[in-house]
Ligand binder design. Structure first.
Ligand code: AMP
Length: 454
């Protein structure tokens, strides 16, 4: 199937061609005709499937008849409202809408919290056909009467599962109550929990179900590697993996903001080009960091789940879970940052015995056994190897100092990589064989009867 058979507006088709898209992705070929026909849609789509274009292209086509160059705000009422859970996703969807509408005089605007509301008001007052917003900030604007939602014809709830997780349900209900009675509603969610089903029963009218992947499935393009590692050895293992895999760019996920800061600090101390993003960082700093990462001038982005949600970086080959997420669905989202639009990706997780429960839940959710592969020198039961030498003057973990002494005694002299060098040969020794069904991580942390590697 080609885009030209889908019935998109000429200007939208032109934008798709300018993007270099050759064929619609499965979610696009399924959803576009339904949205064009005015149906409500319940979309179960993984990240990286092209879902943003799946709803944006037909919405712009439906609104093409209203495109005009008048300066009168009355000629530009909000006709499509796209709600997203996070600022980053709002920003990203907004960028997509701007790109896809570049050849038509339709206005779009993005509003999210964490920045001065006054700066957002003039654009809203001037009139905008497509509004992309986070729920809280949208309600602030409604209260300040800087936006009128009475002419909204199409509502999109993007990443609805995350909006519910983040406690936006009341805000969403409030916003829907302000919209005209019968609008077209499109709900997209990576996962289908009972709450999502309830939301769709309540607000969608005979929705067409569009599903492009098994529920809660991980993308087959993503190779999943899990390495057992005690918490205090994780920073050293992370640095080792970044070097040995020669990771050009990588997102490192952390559960907490403090944890993300700590990991970023450790990596910086090791000479890596690295920044953390999370909710405590100023909005401007977050967007600047994301921009640097997207441009490729930042190698490592350490992020919390919320901050990284919706991050669309094409061709990201690696993600690392410094810790497993408590919520197994976040694992699916995290590793969905790589292997996008058919590309290959690698997702690496560092797993401590305390994460046994999270590890079991993830396997249950994705219905796949994920074996743990020890990394010689870093995983329990393996002889510690000489760690990468940190920059001069850097303080090291006492465990690492101990490792160095042991390794010096055991290993022949060899040149060691420094700082951000990535030209370290890949390990040549085969990895040790695994227990048959390593369901219990703790078992791997027992003292070995025989050392696994030398
Ligand atoms: P999304 O799932 O909306 O976050 O999109 C993931 C990535 O796929 C984005 O970088 C899009 O630009 C890209 N993309 C969307 N549709 C297509 C298409 N039909 N062909 C190639 N790439 C696409």
């Amino acid at each position: 199937m080609s885009f030209s058979t889908l019935g998109l507006a000429r200007e939208v088709q032109q934008a798709v061609e300018a993007m270099g898209y050759e064929n619609p992705t499965p979610i696009q070929s399924q959803a576009i005709p339904l949205v064009l026909a005015g149906r409500d849609v319940l979309g179960a789509a993984q990240t990286g499937t092209g879902k943003t274009a799946a709803f944006t292209l037909p919405i712009l086509t439906r609104l093409a008849q209203f495109a005009n160059t008048s300066v009168s705000p009355a000629k530009h009422p909000v006709r499509a409202l796209i709600l997203t859970p996070t600022r980053e996703l709002a920003d990203q969807v907004g960028e997509n809408v701007k790109t896809y509408s570049q050849f038509m005089p339709l206005r779009s605007h993005i509003v999210f919290g964490g920045v001065d509301i006054k700066e957002q008001i003039p654009a809203l007052r001037a009139g905008v056909e497509v509004l992309i917003a986070t729920p809280g900030r949208l309600l602030d604007h409604v209260q300040q009467k800087s936006v009128n939602l009475s002419q909204v014809e199409i509502l999109v709830l993007d990443e609805a599962d995350r909006m519910l997780d983040m406690g936006f349900i009341l805000d969403i209900k409030k916003i829907i109550s302000m919209l005209p009675k019968r609008q077209q509603t499109l709900l997209f969610s990576a996962t289908f929990s009972p709450e999502i089903k309830k939301l769709s029963n309540e607000f969608l009218n005979d929705p067409a179900l569009v599903e492009v992947a098994r529920q809660n499935a991980t993308n087959d393009n993503v190779e999943q590697l899990l390495h057992p590692c005690e918490t205090h050895r994780k920073p050293a293992l992370l640095a080792h993996l970044i070097r040995t895999h020669r990771m050009g760019q990588v997102i490192v996920f952390n559960r907490t903001k403090i944890g993300a800061d700590q990991v970023a600090r450790e990596l910086k101390r090791g000479g890596f080009n690295c920044e953390a993003i999370h909710g405590d960082r100023e909005q401007r700093a977050r967007l600047e960091t994301l921009q640097r990462f997207k441009e490729g001038t930042l190698q490592i982005l350490v992020a919390t789940d919320v901050a990284a949600r919706g991050l669309d970086i094409s061709e990201l080959p690696y993600v690392v879970n410094f810790e497993l997420p408590n919520n197994p669905e976040d694992y699916v989202h995290r590793i969905g940052r790589t292997g996008r639009a058919g590309a290959k990706g690698v997702a690496i997780s560092l797993v401590d015995p305390g994460e046994d429960k999270a590890y079991a839940l993830i396997q249950k959710l994705i219905k796949k056994e994920l074996p743990l592969t020890p990394v010689p020198g870093y995983s329990p039961g393996t002889t510690p190897v000489q760690p990468e030498r940190p920059n001069r003057g850097e303080r090291r973990h006492p465990e690492e100092r101990r490792d160095t002494t042991e390794a010096r005694a055991a290993a022949p002299r060899q040149s060691r990589p420094r700082g951000n060098d990535i030209d370290v040969p890949l390990p040549t020794k085969p990895l040790p064989s695994l227990p048959k069904r390593p369901q219990q991580i703790a078992a791997l942390f027992l003292p070995p009867k025989h050392p696994v590697s030398k």
